[in-house]
Design a protein around this ligand. Structure first.
Ligand SMILES: [Zn+2]
Length: 116
């Protein structure tokens, strides 16, 4: 039953959610990024699509445990039209054809409160 489910869709490697379906046309996401003039402008744009969430703050009682290492989690988005759509990291990388290394660098800068 339903053996051929998903065959008509693009590969959705590593995505357990339905990010690709929500985004619609992946080329639109990718073209937007690569139509930007420089890598610096791209990086500022990409960083704006990553939300940093300070998870240490959610549990004040454990602050003394967390004080040594600063932990944060991240939420990723892509722009489709004027909409900012939440996606998983895998989809974020594959839709925009960027490397995880680049995202890591932007995340680190975001934690420090710096722009690329
Ligand atoms: Zn996903």
């Amino acid at each position: 039953m339903a053996r051929n489910h998903g065959l008509k869709q693009r590969p959705q490697l590593g995505c357990a959610r339905h990010c690709y379906e929500e985004v619609g046309d992946p080329d639109d996401v990718c073209i937007r990024l690569y139509s930007m003039e420089s890598k610096d402008i791209q990086d500022v744009y990409l960083q704006g699509l990553i939300d940093t969430m300070d998870i240490a703050r959610r549990r004040p009682r454990l602050n003394y445990l967390n004080s040594k290492k600063k932990s944060a989690s991240f939420k990723y988005h892509v722009m489709v039209g004027h909409q900012r759509i939440g996606v998983c990291l895998t989809a974020c990388l594959s839709l925009q054809r960027i490397k995880v290394k680049r995202v890591r660098r932007l995340r680190e800068l975001a934690i420090l409160g710096e722009s690329p």
